[in-house]
Ligand binder design. Sequence first.
Ligand code: CA
Length: 221
Amino acid sequence: MKVLIVEDDTALATQLQTGLVASGADVTVCYDGVDGLFQAQELPFDVAVVDLGLPKLEGTELIRRLRAGQSTLPVLILTARGGWKSKVEGLEAGADDYMEKPFHIEELQARLRALLRRASGYSSELTAGPLTLNLTSEQFSLAGQALELTAYEHRILEYLMRHRGEVVSKAVLTDYLYEQDFDRDSNVIEVLVGRLRRKLAQADGFAPITTLRGRGYRFAD
Ligand code: CA
């Protein structure tokens, strides 16, 4: 799960980041609304955690602009306890869920997983032919057997599955895979997709990933 955190309280941001990374998430932190909006628009995240009181651009305005740009990124807002008015404004701006501060990181994680399940049609798993991704355990299985994948292979396969039927460019996959400063090399994506194809083909030649020359990849079952 690739998570964007927009929170100007650096101590809280670090605490969130540490907790989410420990549970296997890939986390990017922004400390103001302008940077947060930019990241949310430019990079492929699975879910965003947005504080409402932010410098440069308020959280509600960030969400409003994100939604005005047709983004369906699931957003959970962080609000002050008892701040019902800001909560309502945040939800009306297009947030999907909220949590009052202070909160337990475990509850936040559960809410984020629920948002992801909702984004995948309330299912507890994603399936494509013999391939299943259990959204609770975050484990892939192929023809009923656990499928062993590296962290990068897992991320690519999950992203393609979540965007099935769409053309996904190598640039988007690279953004999804790496932190911004990573030395990007699109050959790495080709190698990873090649390895994924070989692993998936073990199930009677299952071949859900198509290459569209010069455009990217498409997952279809
Ligand atoms: Ca704040």
